[in-house]
Design a binder for this molecule. Structure first.
Ligand code: DX5
Ligand code: ZN
Length: 228
């Protein structure tokens, strides 16, 4: 994975057909997805349950781009190796998931994977001040984690703060939650470069009508271009 700050769209398969992940992943990548965002939920850190390392290993067989694994679990550390072995390219942990985020990021990097840190809406940008040389991605949650299709919570100010703090370090700023053509432009202007989108990409489409996924992603990219 070489670093560049070009705009990337990372569809979240939380909004995909849970009975057809392989074909859904192939469809979104064929339609232009830059990354594939995989939302792991444990029913403890967030009030929802999705999938674990065996499922992520199965997804890996279909992901040709970048598998961006978002761990909404606590504790994180006991599962890092399993998700690394499952084939994640990026493993993102929530700063709120435990008292030792610095050690968690060290442990993720020790597996050879990229390390991400996620901030819930209530967590300030300053929380990552001492982590910027230990992380490859800061994920700014623009919903309270646990579900797709929720209302966007504006975090543009936090994104701008992070962009200033990161400087020229090779650290992505990822936005996660409620991203669509109306919310995306301001986030990119503020300094984000990776946009996770679940419902805004999958809505109205299917593996039999993947062109809708492409049109939905194009609508996000066009809205960003139009606002530049
Ligand atoms: C929420 C997840 C998000 C979610 C995004 O806890 O982390 O990735 O799937 O879904 P939308 O884009 O529908 O808000
Ligand atoms: Zn996510």
């Amino acid at each position: 994975m070489t670093f560049d700050r070009s705009v990337k769209i990372a569809p979240s398969i939380l909004s995909a057909d849970f009975a057809d992940f392989g074909r859904e992943i192939q469809a979104i990548e064929a339609q232009g997805a830059d990354w594939v965002h995989v939302d792991v939920m444990d029913g403890h850190f967030v009030p929802n349950l999705t999938f674990g390392p065996p499922a992520v290993a199965a997804f890996r067989k279909h992901v040709k781009t970048v598998m961006d694994v978002h761990l909404m679990i606590a504790p994180v550390d006991p599962y890092i190796e399993a998700f690394a072995n499952a084939g994640a390219d990026i493993i993102t942990a929530h700063i709120e998931a435990g008292p030792h985020i610095h050690r968690t990021l060290q442990a993720i990097r020790a597996t050879g994977k990229k390390a991400g840190v996620a901030l819930n809406p209530g967590t300030p940008a300053s929380a990552v001040q001492h982590l910027l040389d230990l992380t490859d991605l800061v994920c700014v949650m623009t919903v309270n984690p646990g579900f797709g299709g929720q209302k966007f919570i504006d975090m543009t100010g936090k994104v701008a703060d992070l962009r200033a703090m990161i400087g020229d370090r090779p650290v992505h700023i990822e936005i996660d939650g409620g991203v669509d053509p109306t919310t995306a432009p301001a986030l990119i202007k503020a300094g984000a470069d990776v946009l996770v989108a679940g419902s805004a990409v999958f809505k109205g489409g299917s593996v039999d009508h993947p062109e809708v996924y492409g049109a939905n992603m194009k609508a996000i990219r066009d809205a960003i271009k139009a606002s530049a």
